[in-house]
Write a protein that binds this ligand. Sequence first.
Ligand SMILES: [Zn+2]
Length: 138
Amino acid sequence: MANRLSITPAERVFQCPNCKETISTSAQQCRFCYIQIDRRLAEAAADLMDELNQACSEAADVSSMLSDFGVYGWLVAIVISRPTKGIRWLVRFGAIRSEDPGFVDARRHVLHVVWVSAIVYVLLILFVLASVLGWSGS
Ligand SMILES: [Zn+2]
């Protein structure tokens, strides 16, 4: 027989709605403030917490790639990778409403990346137009 202990699912945690301490979803009451815990709300809160953690780590990934690639890789990162990842992040996590400071930071960070990318695109388009139409100082 397989050892059942080894397949016990990892304990999930969430933030107590009352005292904001991190507690287990399997608890019947908060071990800090002793409020009763609704199991369904606890699981939903744990889902949200997982989602926020995921959002924060992916937000870090949006801009973690500039150092190693030289000029060409840097350009690819600015023009393609970052905006793609940034927009994908917004599609996936943009609808989340949370005051979690880590998440608020992550969202601000991603929006910054997307805005900078949008500006780079506008400048590129203007530059191409200027070249095509011969506006460059003739
Ligand atoms: Zn509590």
